[in-house]
Design a protein around this ligand. Structure first.
Ligand code: ZN
Length: 202
């Protein structure tokens, strides 16, 4: 059985997750946890899942944006989101560096959701590019740079490992249910912000 996903209000989602000792990564317990996280992410389905979301306060997250998830968006949307498929990868003890953060224009603002805030979404400003250093599931050191939607996913998952939810970063006037979401996502973000009275240049 795949593990249940903890919902907002669960204390584990607000704790700073512990780093995984490098020597533990290849052990059965950690490998089993990673397999469970991948299964829970795919079952949900979601494009990322952090260990605290299944009640384990360790710095591990899994990420995967499958081609079939992109099918509900138009090519224009995907270009706007800078969203392309991302093969499954595992990040452990990540250090994230935000790139090109000098002004608001270099942030991307899009609707984002979370498996731990089921049924809701909101506009969340995120850095467009990030650099990430971490270990992978084979305990190898990895450094990667990501942009667009992949950069957004990484920021979202690393936030989970620090006890943060997108609720802490969202433009709160845009918070809405999944039922209401299409009304907003059909419009350009600039128009959404005008309609909601959100001043993007903060
Ligand atoms: Zn989340």
């Amino acid at each position: 059985m795949t593990p249940e996903i903890c919902q907002a209000g669960h204390p584990v989602l607000r704790q700073r997750a512990l780093a995984v000792p490098e020597a533990d990564i290849l052990k059965d317990g950690c490998q089993h946890l990673i397999r469970e996280m991948i299964a829970a992410m795919r079952e949900a389905p979601g494009v990322g899942l952090a260990a605290p979301q299944i009640g384990v306060s360790l710095q591990i997250a899994v990420i995967e944006d499958r081609p079939e998830y992109l099918a509900r968006w138009t090519p224009e949307n995907l270009r706007e989101f800078e969203r392309i498929p991302v093969p499954l990868h595992v990040i452990i003890n990540p250090e994230l560096e935000l790139l090109e953060q000098e002004n608001a224009e270099q942030q991307a603002v899009f609707f984002e959701g979370c498996l731990s805030v089921a049924g809701f979404g909101a506009l969340v400003p995120r850095a467009k590019r990030v650099r990430l250093r971490c270990l992978n599931e084979r305990a190898e050191a990895v450094e990667l740079e990501a942009s667009g939607w992949h950069a957004r996913i990484l920021q979202h998952e690393v936030d989970h490992l620090h006890g943060r939810l997108y609720l802490d970063r969202m433009l709160s006037r845009s918070f809405c249910t999944q039922q209401q979401m299409p009304y907003w996502t059909e419009k350009p973000v600039a128009e959404v912000c005008r309609e909601l009275g959100i001043d993007l240049v903060r």
